[in-house]
Design a protein around this ligand. Structure first.
Ligand code: SF4
Ligand code: SF4
Length: 227
């Protein structure tokens, strides 16, 4: 049988073979030693699922990085110091936040590349056949569209795509790095929605409407002058 490529571009109706389930020998191996960047919508779902405020979730479960070479801050899920760098939500039975797991966990073993020109259904996908993952030896077959429906990815992709206009802000595209104050505002608006609601937003909105208005607010903001 010919060796299949490790990275394979996938069309919407292209069939691929993959199945992940609790009986597989590598079950939960991919939930360790991860660099898992969270999107604002990931944080919104997780903090609600855990019954935490956004501030408590960020404090307890994330690492916020804004390195000198970064133009804007990134929010990562903090791994547990258990000798295996495990995700804080992995247990013997699998993911303990399965219904609200991050978009990247839902998408895997696919990678999704969205841009301003190719978002929504037009985003590009590749299949990533990592050697440790036994799911490719299983019988189940599906198309990309079926996979996305099974993983309930529509909402995640929708809100994550709204972020494209922020990270493609003209100032950032010209290489301008946010000031620390702007970076703090970026995290407040997008990731700490409960505090944003109290401090900045007028009136009461549901979480997803608030996230959309926070994103719109950042798109309009000038990051080109330190303030
Ligand atoms: S490594 Fe692959 S098959 Fe194994 S648990 Fe992770 S996604 Fe599932
Ligand atoms: S959130 Fe769940 S699926 Fe994602 S890495 Fe953690 S345990 Fe695994």
């Amino acid at each position: 049988m010919p060796q299949l490529p490790e990275h394979q571009p996938l069309e919407a109706n292209e069939v691929f073979r993959f199945h992940c389930h609790p009986g597989i020998p590598c079950f939960t191996d991919c939930c360790r030693q991860l660099e898992l960047a969270l999107t604002p919508y990931d944080v919104l779902r997780l903090k609600k699922a855990l019954g935490l405020t956004s501030g408590h979730f960020l404090e307890q479960y994330t690492v916020i990085e804004f390195e000198p070479e970064d133009l804007y801050p990134r929010v990562y899920l903090g791994m547990v110091d258990d000798g295996r760098a495990s995700c804080p939500f992995v247990g013997n039975e699998g993911c303990r936040v399965y219904n609200d797991r991050p978009g990247a966990c839902r998408t895997y073993p696919l990678g999704r590349g969205a841009s301003l020109e190719a978002q929504g259904d037009k985003a590009l996908h590749i299949l990533i056949r990592e050697p440790h993952c036994h799911g490719f030896a299983e019988e189940r077959e599906q198309t990309l569209n079926q996979w996305q429906n099974d993983q309930d990815l529509q909402e995640y992709n929708r809100y994550n795509d709204e972020m494209l206009a922020v990270i493609n802000h003209p100032a950032l595209l010209t290489g301008h790095r946010m000031s620390q104050k702007q970076a703090d505002g970026f995290v407040l608006c997008l990731y700490d929605l409960d505090r944003f609601q109290k401090k900045v937003a007028a009136g009461s909105q549901n979480d997803t409407a608030l996230l959309t208005s926070a994103i719109k607010r950042l798109i309009k903001q000038s990051f080109s002058s330190a303030s």
